[in-house]
Design a protein around this ligand. Structure first.
Ligand code: PGA
Length: 255
């Protein structure tokens, strides 16, 4: 099946807990040219909180978008160490990553907190990039699709069609993140197609078709082309390779 031309590919770099302000500026300088040459696709970076303002300034004259890596579900309050969606918006973010598997694994996030955080992002005027994905154990136990279905249904419960159609979903098999073990394009496409079917159910045919489903998990310069050639892979959420300007520039320039 041919890829829908209505979905503008999205390449997002998740810097995780990396990069000082100076390193962030160097990284942005290294990808500006690639991003400028790629008008038919969208490029977003998610630096650590401490570098957001610096990066916002560095990308002011570019089409590169800014994302937070996480947010709290409340707008303000006594939540030491947390950051609200409104604060991300204030510093220049347009996107926020929600429910990354590292948040689920190390910080006890659940499908329910993911749902609350999507709501908080929308309140703040941020576009959520919602992460889902199965562990190795779940895949080996033949539970990939049931796990994905629960994450989608519970995470997106109660949101209307208009909300769902505006989301970006990142399918990131946990066993592929940071391991160098990328899902094959066929493995990824199989799950992306299942996610698309669920989204059509939740948001109607046209809504489900509109959602961008990104793949994440050891995306590199040498595998992006075959991944994004799949009909339901509409972009990538890139960790490690997004910290290498040349590699990320090549990923942005996928063909
Ligand atoms: P990776 O990370 O590209 O380093 O595997 C992807 C992610 O965690 O978003």
């Amino acid at each position: 099946m041919k890829k829908s031309a209505t979905r503008r590919p999205l390449i997002a770099g998740n810097w995780k807990m990396h990069a000082t302000r100076a390193e962030s500026v160097a990284l942005i300088d290294g990808i500006k040219a690639a991003a400028a040459g790629a008008r038919d696709r969208e490029v977003v970076v998610a630096p650590p909180y401490t570098a957001l303002e610096t990066v916002a300034r560095a990308i002011a004259d570019t089409a590169i978008g800014l994302a937070g890596q996480n947010l709290h579900w409340e707008s303000k309050g006594a939540f030491t160490g947390e950051i609200a969606g409104e604060m991300l918006k204030d510093v220049g973010c347009t996107y926020v990553i929600v429910g990354h598997s590292e948040r689920r694994l190390f910080f006890s996030e659940t499908n329910e907190t993911v749902r609350q955080k999507i709501a908080a992002a929308l309140r703040a005027g941020l576009k959520p990039i919602v992460c889902i994905g199965e562990t190795l154990r779940e895949r080996e136990g033949d539970n990939t699709l049931p796990v994905i279905e629960r994450q989608v249904r519970d995470g997106l419960a109660e949101f209307g069609r208009d909300v769902v159609r505006g989301l970006a979903i990142a399918y990131e098999p946990v066993w592929a993140i940071g391991t160098g073990q990328t899902a094959t394009p066929e493995q990824a496409q199989e799950v992306h197609a299942a996610i698309r079917a669920l989204l059509r159910e939740l948001a109607g045919d046209s809504g489900g078709e509109a959602v961008r489903i990104l793949y994440g998990g050891s995306v590199k310069a040498d595998n992006i082309d075959s991944l994004i050639a799949q009909p339901d892979i509409d972009g990538a959420l890139v960790g490690g390779a997004s910290l290498d300007a040349a590699a990320f520039a090549r990923i942005i320039a996928f063909r």
